[in-house]
Design a protein around this ligand. Structure first.
Ligand SMILES: [Zn+2]
Length: 367
């Protein structure tokens, strides 16, 4: 199951399995929703000062005027109009909470609106078991290069209480490994990802070799699109799983604020992939930090690799030097492990400053 984050909602996606007639009906439903949205857009552009409620009223009119718009569940209709509206204003607060049913085991989705799509099998919907039906705020059907999907927007506002682990961790991101932590553990870049990236490049070359407008080129483009989808899913799944794991097993997670470093100008593919994966991973660490009530700290990356994590002495080293050797205190560590320890120390130091104010506040309120 694929997971995506749209604050403050979590979007879980499952593939839909059904009959050809059902797929045709889904196409029809998607087209109708698009039609309503475009009509609303048009209306908004033609009539200055149109508000959200005018668009809701428009939906009702469209339902009377066009048979297929009527088939759309009324909330879906409203949702389409408001999607148009939200393109201009940032309102986006209506959910489709009716018109569908989820089976108890979360394996079947039944669509009950006017299109009569009926019951569809969900592939990879296991993660839905973690959530209550009431938490599902909206279901959306989407068509992708490799089939049809249902998106479940889940309200995860409720914090999950977890007992403290009494552990803190610093993460050092590297090109050679995904990260090295302050305990000296190394998480490798997933091999399957590298392999997919190579296949992607190959498919890209194939497309450019084919004659424009030819059937072979269309086929090659379709294959490329599918691979693209697969790679981005793999990358995201890895980021989500790794982030969830590291956040669950620690109370404080410190990492480099890479936006500050402004990403070394390096046009190599490997580097750009690692940058993209890392920033995605960081987003998820911060997200799970909120969900599980953990502290996440981004620290400025200066000097983290040069200073000695034991005594603080600056030990200059070039990029190729893989070992930190301090002549001042005798510490010998893997370069990245030393950096991760520095990152953790800076992270703890920063959090320490914010905690000082807490006892003062509480004593004031007690008196
Ligand atoms: Zn030292």
């Amino acid at each position: 199951m694929s997971i995506r984050l749209v604050e403050p909602m979590l979007v879980l996606e499952a593939k839909l399995k059904g009959k050809t007639e059902q797929y045709n009906l889904i196409d029809e439903a998607i087209r109708a929703a698009l039609f309503v949205r475009n009509k609303a857009l048009r209306y908004w552009m033609d009539n200055r000062g149109t508000g959200k409620y005018d668009l809701s009223a428009l939906c009702a009119v469209l339902a009377k005027e066009f048979d297929f718009a009527k088939k759309l569940n009324s909330q879906a209709r409203q949702s389409s109009a408001e999607r148009a509206w939200s393109a201009f204003n940032r309102f986006f607060d209506n959910y489709k909470q009716t018109g569908w049913k989820l089976s108890k085991d979360r394996k079947y989705l039944t669509l009950t609106d006017g299109f009569k799509i009926g019951r569809l099998k969900l592939v990879g919907s296991r993660d839905l078991n973690f959530y209550q039906i009431e938490q599902i705020k909206r279901v959306r059907l989407v068509k992708r290069a490799d089939g049809y999907y249902a998106q479940f927007c889940i309200d995860v506002d409720r914090r999950k209480e977890m007992s403290p682990t009494q552990t803190t961790i610093g993460l050092d991101v590297g090109l050679n490994h995904f990260y090295t932590d302050s305990n000296g553990e190394v998480v490798e870049n997933p091999r399957f990802l590298r392999k997919s990236e190579r296949q992607l490049k190959k498919l890209q070359r194939k497309v450019s070799k084919r004659k424009k407008g030819s059937a072979n080129r269309r086929k090659a483009i379709k294959r490329l699109a599918r691979k693209h989808l697969q790679v981005s899913r793999q990358r995201k799944d890895f980021a989500v799983k790794t982030a969830r794991c590291v956040v669950r097993s620690n109370d404080l997670i410190a990492y480099e604020d890479l936006q500050v470093r402004n990403m070394v100008k390096n046009h190599k593919l490997a580097k750009s992939i690692s940058d993209a994966s890392w920033s995605m991973f960081r987003d998820w660490v911060e997200y799970f930090g909120k969900v599980f009530g953990k502290v996440t700290v981004a620290v400025p990356p200066q000097y983290t690799s040069q200073n000695c994590s034991t005594c603080g002495t600056t030990v200059k080293k070039s990029l190729s030097e893989g070992t930190h050797q301090c002549s001042h205190c005798g510490t010998v560590l893997d370069r990245d492990h030393n950096a991760a320890l520095n990152i953790l120390a800076i992270g703890l130091n920063r959090v320490g400053h914010t905690q000082i104010s807490t006892p003062v506040e509480s004593s004031t309120s007690a008196s």
